[in-house]
Design a protein around this ligand. Structure first.
Ligand code: GAP
Length: 466
């Protein structure tokens, strides 16, 4: 696929691009999603939820490797956006909020997609994606669908609370995590004694009854978001919007995503969500095209004013100097955890030609987010005891996997496929020279390292650089 020109390129990002090291061997990037889907199922990254019942459309389970990748991504976001910043507080709120929340937020009224039915095959499609509907399997003499008129379909999932099943017990599973940040704004600001400008961040599940879940985990019905709502004076909105736009792009590059597969796309006026004054998407070039992984939004005072109105509580703030009472403007950064995991997996996937008809599949994940950081592989089962001692020591600091079974080449390949950046091999020389072999996943170079130096060697290599 030819790459369109980059839309923005700040100097530091370009500098990183220039310094990134190109693989030396012949390698092929991910072209077909099927290859990744199959690797993910085979190696236990991600697979259909309720698989033994045939799966459930739009829901996915993360296995042992997937959950580690996802947790590492969430921890990185939390570290960067919450912990490292004195001006951001973190919270963790209930998935189910008071139903009035969703009236105030505008979701009951506006959060819908246009839907059409095919009268013949009974399938449902998004009216704005009919070009992807494919042929109708149920009509005689034509493969055209027999579509109804489009109607609006609200995407919020509903549930009932308590024993009765009337309108009063109806509730929604949250469609975005940020609404409780707005309803908790006053409590969090007062208890943490934060002053404007400051932000509140949260990571959690969100639910949308998507008409057409697709592209693996890209569009799911249950997914995770990491959202920051940054509250500032209305006169400072542009400055903070620009600041967060840059910060967030930098985040994705630091994760190891190829900078030439990232771009920022500004929304046209007709695309803006009901709460938005301005929006820029961080997009990644997936095998199925450029798609959003994060949105940066200027929400103005839409949410705080609506929640003030619907709750009857004043959510405004008073400037301590000027005594001006005002509703802060909100700059939001909202990243999909599942979509970013998918981008990381697509980006990391490579098939390398090793010569003599041999190829290897590897995931070039950044060591700081790789599910397993170090694999300890004794050359023979007879060396298990000292190798186990190294494993136990390394486990205190790294996520470690131990494997003593089978041919060493095959064990390396399995770790390549899992994205493990370092393999430590205990061999028959180790007892004599006190050194193990450390094999680098990407270059396949091997280095002899003294056992006492192992953690010092691996430590900085398994962290994000400055
Ligand atoms: N609070 C603002 C908000 O929710 P959004 O653009 O609708 O904005 C933000 O969603 C991010 O959530 C998206 O960039 C995407 O990464 C993720 N997301 C949204 N819908 C999703 C879905 N159906 N499946 C997976 N991720 C989704």
């Amino acid at each position: 696929m030819t790459r369109p020109p980059r839309v923005i390129g700040e100097a530091d990002i370009l500098a990183r691009l220039m310094s990134s090291v190109a693989p030396t061997r012949d390698s092929r990037r991910l072209e077909r999603m099927e290859d990744l889907v199959s690797l993910c199922a085979r190696r236990g990254f991600i697979f259909p939820s309720s698989e033994i019942y045939g799966g459930i459309n739009g829901f996915w389970d993360y296995g042992p490797l997937g959950v580690e990748l996802k947790n590492n991504l969430k921890a990185t976001w939390w570290q960067r956006v919450v912990r490292e910043r004195p001006d951001v507080e973190g919270i963790d709120t209930a998935i189910i909020a008071h139903p009035r929340t969703w009236e105030a937020s505008g979701h009951v009224e506006h959060f819908s997609d246009p839907l059409v039915d095919c009268r013949a095959c009974k399938k449902r499609f998004r009216a704005d994606q009919l070009d992807e509907a494919g042929p109708c399997p149920s009509r005689e003499g034509t493969s055209d669908h027999d579509f109804t008129e489009a109607r609006q379909f609200n995407l919020m999932l509903q549930t009932q609370i308590g024993a009765s099943e009337d309108a009063a017990s109806m509730a929604y599973l949250r469609a975005e995590t940020c609404q409780s940040i707005f309803s908790d704004f006053k409590r969090v600001r007062e208890s943490s004694r934060q002053k404007i400008p400051f932000g509140i961040g949260q990571i959690g599940k969100a639910f949308r009854n998507e008409i057409n879940p697709r592209n693996f985990t890209f569009r799911s019905r249950e997914f995770e978001q990491a959202e920051l709502e940054f509250f500032c004076h209305p006169s400072e909105r542009e400055r903070w919007f620009d600041y967060w736009r840059r910060e967030r792009l930098r985040f994705h590059i630091d994760l190891g995503l190829d900078a030439s597969s990232l771009r920022m796309r500004e929304h046209g006026k007709d695309e803006l969500a009901h709460y938005c004054n301005a929006a820029i998407d961080v997009e990644y070039l997936f095998p199925f095209g450029w798609q959003e992984i994060e949105g940066i939004h200027d929400r103005g005072d839409w949410d705080l004013s609506r929640h003030s109105e619907f709750s009857g509580k004043d959510l405004g703030v008073t400037d301590p100097q000027s005594k001006e009472h005002y509703l802060p403007t909100v700059i939001e950064t909202s990243v999909g955890i599942d979509r970013t995991c998918l981008a990381l997996l697509c980006d990391a996937y490579a098939e390398e030609d090793l010569g003599d008809g041999e190829t290897r599949t590897l995931l070039r994940l950044h060591p700081a987010i790789a599910p397993i950081q170090v694999a300890v592989l004794p050359l023979s089962k007879k060396l298990a005891e000292p190798a186990r001692a190294i494993e136990a020591e390394l486990r205190r600091r790294f996520n470690v996997f131990y494997d003593e079974a089978g041919n060493i080449g095959r064990r390396y390949r399995r770790q390549d496929e899992a994205g493990t950046p370092f393999c430590v091999t205990y061999d028959f020389d180790t007892a004599r020279d006190g050194k193990v072999t450390v094999r680098d996943r990407d270059s396949m170079d091997q280095e002899r390292i003294g056992i006492p130096e192992l953690a010092i060697y691996l430590g900085p290599r398994c962290e994000f650089g400055e």
